[in-house]
Design a protein around this ligand. Structure first.
Ligand code: SF4
Ligand code: SF4
Length: 451
């Protein structure tokens, strides 16, 4: 943490939040490096919220880097593109970070395949009409790169009767270890600002506010230098506090407004985009290209060469770790950040569009010691830490007695966005977030079965 940030009084959300150790120094100063191609790349058909893409290639077919290999299946869906030139060796089930196997296109990459992207269709993006921009964003296969992986084009079109006046840009990167967004803000500033202008044009928004945590003041300065006095885009430092990058928190910090329960940012006339998504938008759309690679932070005491790598989508996590010099004895590999990410069960799992980091814990990491679970001591630390002002202790009690419906109807379970703050502060090591994730899934299942 930058010591000076302790004395600044930057805007923040009112309730809860935590300050986990940042662990960002290992990678924040390292420029983005390109990762070579693995011999096999695995492109899952569902890397986003919504319907899986439909494959348009067959086994044995040759594909060129950048070429579409699957088309969107419906409105909330996006296409997939070949991350490298090679031959399709399978369209089959493959391991996913979520657990169950899911359909994927497997590409055997040609030896010496070029990094050059030959499949493109340049356009003058700022002269396209709004609906043409929406289509171009969809055609690029863009989803939220901050982890949510929500199709980006859907947020450009507000529902009938609503409009967007403000674009909120998330440059917080509040998860420990992750620095890919930080590097993107420093190294791809022009593409980021172009992406913001594209979104403003498509939505008709009159202003954009970029929120950056105050442990990244170099990024604030670099962006500010590029903005003219009368620019409709503004950058603001916000307090370094987890989960500042959650859209509800960031909207409160920047606009002093709260999204109503069950509501969305668009209800306030706001669209929220991550800086990584917008920088990709600014790069890909003018060139008429698809999303085939992303910046991934590889960090943790279990890797010898931590850094920010430009990784082809579909690269198996095992290959990535080999390139980063991972410790063979490493105990745990997390995809995403340690607060909201998922432990991967298989190193065959591929890097997908929403994968912002891979954190590798060393065998002797104190954070990963066996954490025995004790009974709740009613200390209320979890209540104080919850940014949504929920009562995690009470919900955990109901989860134990399987009163999932009461968790929802009386304790606002659906307001929980699984940030992990409650579990982080719990002295009894109760896996609160896991309880809530399971309860929400069971409630969804119950509603689906009833309907
Ligand atoms: S995981 Fe849910 S209940 Fe726990 S602090 Fe975050 S929002 Fe609150
Ligand atoms: S923090 Fe843990 S021990 Fe304390 S009240 Fe919450 S659940 Fe109970």
């Amino acid at each position: 943490m930058n010591l000076f940030s302790l004395f600044r009084n930057h805007a923040t959300f009112a309730h809860g939040g935590v300050h986990p150790l940042e662990h960002k120094d290992e990678t924040a100063g390292l420029p983005i490096r390109r990762m070579p191609f693995a011999s096999k790349l695995v492109v899952p058909l569902l890397q986003h919220k919504g319907a899986p893409a439909k494959p348009i290639v067959k086994v044995g077919q040759e594909v060129v880097r950048g070429e579409p290999v699957a088309v969107a299946d419906g409105y909330v869906s996006v296409p997939m593109h070949a991350p490298a030139t090679g031959r399709v060796s399978a369209v089959d089930l493959w391991a996913t970070a979520e657990g169950p196997k899911a359909p994927a296109i497997v590409i055997d990459v040609y030896d010496g395949a070029t990094q050059e992207i030959l499949y493109e269709d340049p356009v003058d993006i700022m002269h396209l009409a709004a609906d043409e921009i929406v289509q171009a964003v969809k055609d690029a296969g863009l989803v939220g790169l901050g982890g949510a992986a929500f199709p980006s084009h859907v947020k450009l079109l507000p529902p009938q009767g609503k409009s967007i006046h403000t674009v909120v840009v998330n440059g917080c990167e509040c998860e420990p270890y992750l620095t890919c967004d930080h590097r993107v803000m420093l190294e791809h500033t022009d593409a980021l600002l172009r992406g913001i202008r594209i979104v403003m044009r498509a939505t008709g928004a009159g202003r954009a506010l970029i929120g950056v945590e105050d442990n990244k003041m170099d990024a604030v300065r670099v962006i500010r230098e590029k903005l003219a006095e009368d620019d409709a885009i503004r950058v603001r430092a916000v307090k370094t506090k987890y989960p500042q990058g959650a859209e509800k928190m960031l909207i409160e910090s920047l606009l002093n407004q709260q999204i109503p329960e069950g509501g969305l940012p668009v209800d306030l006339g706001v669209a929220v985009y991550n800086v990584g998504t917008l920088a990709q938008m600014g790069d890909l759309l003018p060139a008429g290209r698809g999303l085939i690679e992303r910046v991934v932070t590889v960090s943790g005491a279990g890797v010898a060469r931590p850094g920010n790598y430009l990784v082809p989508i579909g690269t198996p996590v095992g290959f990535l770790l080999q390139q980063a010099g991972a410790d063979a004895e490493a105990t745990k590999v997390i995809l995403g950040g340690p607060m909201m990410g998922m432990a991967v069960a298989s190193l065959d799992v591929p890097i997908t569009k929403g994968a912002s980091g891979v954190v590798v814990y060393a065998a002797d990491d104190p954070d990963q010691r066996d954490r025995k679970v004790y009974p709740c001591i009613k200390c209320s630390h979890c209540v104080e830490a919850c940014p949504m002002s929920l009562n995690p202790s009470m919900m955990a009690q109901l989860a134990k007695t399987r009163e999932y419906q009461r968790m929802e109807s009386e304790y606002h379970l659906n307001q929980c966005f699984e940030c992990g703050c409650c579990a982080y502060v719990c002295p009894s090591n109760i896996p609160l977030t896991q309880y809530f994730r399971i309860a929400k899934a069971l409630n969804r299942e119950r509603i689906a079965l009833a309907g």
